[in-house]
Write a protein that binds this ligand. Structure first.
Ligand SMILES: [Zn+2]
Length: 332
């Protein structure tokens, strides 16, 4: 069975009131963002099901949308909206008492959409919105910028809509460990994407990365070279990281659960981490090594899959709030 993700573009084409200053209906914007999200997720083998009317002609009642979603039992449901009221920025919504995964996805989504669009991150909000009804799967409603503020200058452009969509899709890809599939002309017939396929290492000759992790003070695990193995122990939270190169210099930092980013560490002048605090995010970059890139990925406690590879500082590896048990690094 292919994984199902439900999307809905909020409202309908003719819904009164939901309109930008220049007269664009909110549904039109929501619809475009939904279409771009669908493009990305479909390429990962996900079956995306829209529960609004994709012609926009009908503003499908919320109860009907929710009943369809429940019947499909997706891995997640995301309702796509744009805000009004004259503020600036993006925000996600969940219910009071929402499932932990709804909250984690909502939080990651605000971070990723804010990063991809450049719009202000207003964080996760809690309220009684119908599309965040607590179900057997995570339910999130996302507001991607204000229709009646300067946000709209960007959000009405294709670039802005694709950036909004990318932030939402990347969140689901990271959270559920989805991977893009090779495109073929066959109809997609129940292609489960369970674990990201191991990506072949592309190690340029000359630079090896050697790294190790610690689970607590004095408990450093053996060094690992490149992605021949991983550093870590299944289901033991990582608290410290050290890394160095066979040639040149690397810097890296970690984010701790409930804390923030710690300072960057160069090579093995120190280690990144604080004993007693579990790590939930990792970032790495090479120092003055043009033409080379450091790639790294982590797996989360409670999951056998790795999250996608991250290159340099394009993103971070991890999901805030989730413990990491394994790390892989390679130089490409
Ligand atoms: Zn709306």
């Amino acid at each position: 069975m292919s994984k199902i993700i439900c999307l809905d573009a909020g409202h309908g084409l003719k819904t009164a009131g939901k309109i930008t200053l220049s007269g664009i209906h909110e549904w039109e914007l929501n619809n475009k963002v939904c279409n771009y999200i669908t493009e990305i997720l479909t390429a990962c083998g996900v079956t995306v099901v829209r529960v609004d009317d994709i012609t926009g002609n009908t503003d499908v009642p919320l109860a009907t949308r929710m009943a369809k979603i429940k019947a499909l039992n997706p891995i997640a449901s995301v309702s796509i909206h744009h805000n009004a009221g004259g503020g600036l920025g993006i925000e996600s919504w969940v219910r009071n008492g929402a499932r932990a995964d709804s909250i984690a996805i909502a939080k990651l989504m605000t971070e990723k959409v804010s990063a991809s669009t450049g719009l202000r991150n207003r964080g996760v909000k809690y309220g009684l919105l119908y599309m965040t009804t607590i179900c057997n799967f995570p339910t999130i409603l996302f507001e991607g910028g204000f229709m009646d503020s300067a946000d709209m200058d960007y959000i009405v452009t294709e670039a802005g809509q694709r950036a909004y969509a990318k932030g939402v899709a990347d969140t689901l890809i990271a959270y559920f460990g989805l991977v893009a599939e090779t495109v073929n002309n066959e109809p997609v017939v129940a292609t489960p994407v369970v674990a990201p396929a191991p990506t072949p290492a592309v190690v340029k000759p000359g630079i090896d990365v050697t790294y190790q992790v610690g689970n607590s003070r004095g408990a450093w695990l053996p060094n690992v070279v490149n992605d021949s193995d991983y550093a870590g122990i299944e289901n033991r939270a990582i608290q410290g990281i050290m890394a160095s190169l066979s040639k040149g210099s690397i810097r890296y930092r970690v984010h701790t659960i409930g804390g923030g980013w710690l300072p960057f560490v160069n090579d093995r002048t120190d280690f990144a981490g604080v004993w007693g605090r579990n790590i939930d995010g990792v970032q790495m970059a090479l120092n003055n090594l043009p033409g080379y890139s450091v790639q790294y990925r982590v797996s989360l406690i409670g999951s056998t899959d790795y999250l996608p590879w991250v290159a340099d500082l394009s993103d971070y590896a991890g999901i805030f709030g989730r413990q990491i048990d394994k790390l892989q690094i390679r130089i490409a």
